[in-house]
Design a binder for this molecule. Structure first.
Ligand SMILES: Cc1cc2nc3c(=O)[nH]c(=O)nc-3n(C[C@H](O)[C@H](O)[C@H](O)COP(=O)(O)O)c2cc1C
Length: 214
């Protein structure tokens, strides 16, 4: 079956043609440069107070990918895809607010006064928020950036499969990931060897409430 490349196609086509792909060409290597382009594009995603709590652990080393196999419930895509991006949430994301808002001032997007007020407010607020809420914030933002990674990869002719089927504790232990970073998604990116299988969606009218939930 022909594999679509999707390079240069319309956005709606990228959206509708993305599927979870579980079979990759193991001989195909995406360059580090192109992976960086995909990630860079993805970070245009919105985030809570622009805190950008996502962090990326990019695994391209073949031996490391092979060792990921048992951690990822023996799902072969982690071995055969060119790269596996582990999306992490930085639970101490607010510590970088000064840096982010300082850069916005430098770029002329924010006055120094607003940047200081904003930074001061959120740097005090976030540490008072319960851990479960912080986890929810970083998980939500990670979801947004992950979707953008999948779509930017697709727009370049690559495929992905979001994976929650892995052992978080084992993954943390294997890569010695510090406690402050929460592994949220394992995301292989590669050249498809087989198309993803089609899936269905619930009818819109069954999932949409208008002007009140009944
Ligand atoms: C959070 C999350 C976790 C998932 N975990 C896995 C997984 O571990 N392995 C897998 O093969 N697919 C996994 N999937 C892919 C879903 O099965 C897939 O997105 C769904 O069936 C819809 O198919 P589509 O992505 O092709 O549209 C996951 C998807 C999401 C969003």
């Amino acid at each position: 079956m022909a594999i679509e490349t999707n390079v240069g196609t319309e956005f709606t086509e990228v959206l509708t043609s993305r599927r979870s792909v579980r079979h990759y060409d193991p001989s195909f290597k995406i360059s580090d440069e192109e992976i960086k382009e995909i990630l860079e594009l993805a970070t245009k995603a919105p985030s809570s107070a622009n805190t950008q709590s996502w962090r990326f652990l990019v695994v391209t080393d073949q031996s490391l990918k092979e060792q990921l196999l048992p951690i990822a419930n023996n799902q072969q895509q982690v071995v055969d895809a060119s790269a596996v991006v582990v999306i992490l949430g930085d639970l101490e994301f607010y510590t970088r607010l000064g840096e982010i808002n300082g850069a916005a001032v430098k770029a002329g997007y924010m006055t120094e006064e607003i940047a200081e007020r904003f930074t001061d407010h959120y740097t005090k607020l976030f540490p008072t928020i319960p851990k479960e809420r912080v986890t929810e914030i970083v998980a939500f933002d990670a979801g947004l950036v992950s979707m953008q990674i999948m779509l930017s990869a697709k727009s370049k002719g690559y495929d992905t499969v979001p994976m929650g089927g892995y052992d978080r504790d084992k993954l943390r232990a294997f890569f010695e990931i510090p406690e402050r970073y929460l592994p949220l998604l394992v995301l292989p990116i590669g050249k498809a060897k087989e198309e993803g299988r089609p899936t269905v969606r619930l009818p819109l009218e069954e999932i949409t409430f208008w002007n009140g939930v009944k």
